[in-house]
Design a protein around this ligand. Structure first.
Ligand code: EPZ
Length: 420
């Protein structure tokens, strides 16, 4: 198994290209199941999760071809049942349920497995699909759904902590081929949901209210093939921005969408980080001394939960007290004990982490537990004195394209090593 060996203390300098968004490309790949015609998707990042989704589409009978960052999918014929283990392994694959039901009016998809960042039920997905007319049962670890007819209706999709991203995606993909009009209230407004809706509309769907909590979907009888470029990954961009600030560096993010990153950029400015926009280039520069800031994760356009861990790593380096509150995933603090191993001073009080920052970090062997926690450990290692070994970096490869290459181009002393 591979790990990342980081020799810290080097300010990051230079330009980095932002890759396509993982959380846009996964539901977009699922949406290709809605037509028998070829769909060509550009800007696809080279990630293990994308590879998994490709295997899942193949297990459903689709042809999948990748050339560089372009994937072509042709789902001429599809089965309603996919590979149990593949689907169970990757939570994001639950978003094949909506398109399969939309196209075939039946689907059998394995229940997503547990997740270390918190219980991730799909009750809202199932509630919405039932309201569209699907009969749904859970049997032998599968969600079994069938609907002689899908009929448009008003659906409220708000949950315990607000909207659901993949739940909104699933409902949209089931409703585009349903009879009549569906409205989704308390829909997720994430840019990745908008990118999926743009893709569906380009296929011939009729969705309005994109980016707002109310989506209106007028069903159509069929969808056609399309060519589409995925939006850039705002979470990857935010990760490099925070790494630049943590290492006293200056990094230009090429191809970023600053208009998708307001909450993160606002918090960085509040902490004293210099943020400069030139066209689609975003330059992040560590100004002088950082100031502690409080952060609460919220649904979009609030501060993203997928940047919480990285921001915590930055606050461990910042003299003073900052409070980081996680409102989306209860137990998304797996990175705390490992940042503490690097010398950070963090205590947990309910949904909040109290960070007493400013103590220099020193390198140590640490263990990655999930995708974003591992990004925080990399940032801690880049800022720490001495060497840090981040183990189980397969977590990173799920969501960061060629992270070690990109960091090396920015001057970091990073290498992939076999775990000892
Ligand atoms: C998406 O997950 C992202 N994954 C996550 O990114 C991201 O953290 C999350 O949205 C929130 O922004 C992908 O897009 C593949 P949710 P999703 O349904 O859709 C509760 C990463 O690091 N909920 O919006 O699964 C749920 O438990 C990943 O890239 C219900 O209660 O998240 C959570 O507390 C991690 N019932 C909250 O809603 C439901 O039926 C938000 O979850 C569905 C969700």
């Amino acid at each position: 198994m591979e790990s990342l060996l980081i020799k810290g203390g080097v300010p990051l300098h230079g330009e980095v290209n932002v890759s396509g968004a993982k959380n846009a490309v996964l539901p977009i790949l699922a949406a290709t199941l809605l037509t028998s015609e070829p769909c060509v998707i550009h800007g696809v990042p080279e990630l293990s999760d994308v590879g998994f989704m490709g295997e899942i589409l193949k297990s459903l009978g689709a042809e999948v071809r990748q050339e560089g960052d372009t994937i072509t999918v042709r789902a001429a014929k599809v089965k309603g049942v996919g590979d149990y283990d593949l689907i169970r392994k990757m939570r994001g694959s639950i978003c094949i349920l909506g398109p399969l039901l939309g196209r075939l009016h039946r689907a059998r998809v394995s229940l997503p497995g547990g997740c270390i960042i918190g219980p991730r039920p799909i009750d809202l997905h199932l509630k919405g699909l039932r309201e569209l007319g699907a009969r749904i049962t859970i049997e032998e670890g599968y969600v079994r759904a069938c609907a002689p007819r899908l009929a448009g209706t008003d659906i409220f999709l708000g949950g315990r902590v607000g909207p659901t991203v993949l739940g909104t995606a699933n409902l949209m993909m089931a409703a585009v081929l349903a009879e009549g009009v569906t409205t989704i209230q308390s829909a997720a407004c994430e840019p990745e949901v908008v990118d999926l809706a743009d893709f569906l509309n380009a296929m011939g769907a009729r969705i309005s209210g994109l980016g707002s909590p109310t989506l209106t979907i007028t069903g159509v009888s069929e969808l056609h093939g399309v060519e589409h470029r995925v939006i850039p990954d705002r979470i990857e961009a935010a990760t490099y921005a925070i790494a630049a600030a943590a290492t006293h560096g200056e990094v230009t993010l090429l191809g970023a969408r600053p208009d998708h990153m307001h909450a993160v950029l606002d918090k960085l400015r509040e902490a004293g980080v210099k943020v400069e926009r030139r066209g689609t280039a975003l330059t992040i520069r560590r100004g002088g001394r950082l100031k502690p800031v409080d952060v609460t994760t919220l649904p979009y356009a609030g501060f993203p939960t997928d940047v919480q861990a990285q921001m915590m790593a930055l606050m461990t380096l910042t003299p003073g007290i900052s409070i980081i509150t996680e409102r989306i995933f209860e137990s998304r603090f797996m990175h705390v004990s490992e940042l503490t191993r690097l010398g950070a001073d963090i205590s947990i009080e309910g949904p909040s982490a109290i960070v007493k920052g400013g103590r220099p970090l020193s390198g140590a062997p640490v263990m990655a537990s999930d995708l974003r926690a591992s990004a925080a450990l990399v940032i801690g290692g880049l800022a720490a004195k001495g060497a840090t070994q981040v183990k189980r970096i397969y977590h990173l490869d799920r969501g960061y394209e060629r992270l070690d290459d990109k960091l090396r181009k920015l001057g970091a002393r990073v290498e992939r090593v076999e775990e000892s």
